[in-house]
Design a protein around this ligand. Structure first.
Ligand code: AMP
Ligand code: GLY
Length: 416
């Protein structure tokens, strides 16, 4: 079987790797991919510049399964068009992908199906938004895809004004409204389920670390690391999350007639009054995928093919019970900017770790150099959290590049 993964980052590198390692040994392609990904996956022949030409190239190549990695392609109708062309697709149609692409759509869905989430108001301009702020801290969210940059936690009026100016005057994210949301506190957990027409299976829970610096200080990023394990949340807490969030979400999709075959990601805040949904995503998390997918055994390729055709066959995959920690290395200047061209050293010295590339390319000598904000993820496992931490930091000590930034408390913060 020929499978294509759509995307180009660390998550897609982890996806193509997990698919290539599947027992059924599929031929794995990627678009748009990256130099590191093309060490594992094939390039899709043909000229591609939009969803239509991508699907046409997939048909010509005889692709039998399309896996949506990046949300932007799903929001643009990748699944609608690929399925219309007869290619089973893992990742929802654009209508259902609004669970991620529109925060207002997601909130209305949660209210309708009584899924716990923070209170909110929607504002179409700065005056309405300011009137909706009930106290501090308050959370403001741009209602659309903003690559992780559209959410701010404001501690005072001037921070609110600064964000509203970016949204309504500078139009930094394009046209759209703003959600003013209740501030929630607690550790976060990402629960990702494979969902197909009302059936679902919950994958290993994970936690990602969004802030740049240790102790959750510094700017928000795309994710500086993640930790995953079945033991991350107590079994009764996971059962509660399933009962109150995952099952009603999956049933809600069916009730609303929203066609959904793909990963449904619930970003949860574990508050004193239980888990509350911060956001849905309609694809695997990044960097959660880099931590979780190395724990998946069996035949992920066969599993996703069946799931894309509408049935979840749990026996096709298994989950390793160990802990997995993913440590992200970012380039100088990230997240405000990023520096390209720094040579990555030590990749051949990694022994007991995987490396997934998020922002690298090969230079003319064939060496990997930095090419983006988040550069690499180093992933290691251990039978418990401490040994996974030791392994990932020891291995990461072999790898480096000028100006590299990494946290030292991945898998530690929020546990002690
Ligand atoms: P989102 O894109 O909605 O997941 O928001 C990105 C990040 O902002 C989340 O992972 C949280 O760390 C933080 N966040 C979002 N909503 C809230 C909230 N209501 N209260 C506190 N923090 C939040
Ligand atoms: N790790 C958060 C996300 O993938 O959106």
């Amino acid at each position: 079987m020929k499978i294509i993964v759509v995307g180009k980052g660390g998550r897609e590198h982890a996806l193509v790797t997990a698919l290539a390692e599947s027992k059924s040994a599929p031929e794995v392609y990627c678009y748009p991919g990256s130099d590191a990904i093309f060490d594992v996956a094939k390039r899709l022949p043909g000229e591609v510049d939009d969803v239509e030409s991508l699907v046409a190239a997939m048909v010509t190549e005889g692709i039998g399964l399309c896996v949506g990695g990046e949300e932007s392609w799903l929001a643009k109708g990748l699944a609608d068009q690929a399925r219309a062309a007869g290619i089973p697709t893992w990742g929802p149609v654009a209508e259902s992908a609004q669970l991620e692409s529109s925060k207002e759509f997601a909130k209305e869905f949660m209210i309708r199906h009584e899924i716990p989430t923070g209170g909110y108001a929607v504002a179409g301009n700065a005056v309405e938004a300011k009137a909706a702020v009930a106290g501090y801290p308050t959370v403001l969210k741009f209602d659309g895809l903003a690559a992780g940059k559209g959410v701010v936690i404001c501690n005072n009026e001037s921070e609110v004004d600064a964000f509203l100016e970016e949204v309504f005057e500078d139009r930094r994210f394009g046209d759209g409204r703003v959600l003013v949301e209740e501030f929630l506190e607690g550790p976060e957990v990402s629960v990702i389920a494979a969902v197909a027409d009302g059936e679902y299976q919950i994958f290993t829970p994970a936690r990602d670390y969004k802030r740049l610096a240790d102790g959750d200080q510094g700017l928000n990023t795309g994710g500086m690391g993640a930790v995953a394990s079945r033991a991350l949340v107590e079994p009764e807490v996971l059962a509660d999350i399933e009962e109150k969030v995952i099952r009603p979400s999956v049933e809600g999709l069916v009730k609303d007639g929203l066609d959904f075959r793909g990963f449904l990601y619930a970003g949860l805040m574990m508050t004193n009054s239980g888990a509350k949904v911060l956001e849905y995503n309609c694809r695997f998390g990044d960097p959660e995928a880099q931590a979780v997918l190395p724990l998946v055994g069996g035949d992920l390729a066969a599993y996703l093919k069946k799931a894309a055709e509408g049935s979840i066959e749990e026996s096709l995959i298994s989950f390793d019970q160990s802990w997995s920690i993913c440590l992200v290395m970012a380039s100088a200047g990230y997240p405000s900017s990023s520096r390209n061209g720094d040579v990555v050293r030590g990749l051949d010295d990694l022994k007991d770790a995987r490396v997934y590339h998020a922002g690298t390319k090969k230079n003319t000598d064939g060496d990997f150099v930095t090419n983006g904000g988040r550069v690499l993820a180093i992933v290691a496992r251990g039978s418990d959290r401490e040994s996974a931490r030791e392994a990932v930091y020891t291995e990461a000590g072999h790898v480096g590049f000028d100006g590299a930034q990494q946290r030292s408390d991945i898998g530690k913060m929020h546990f002690d």
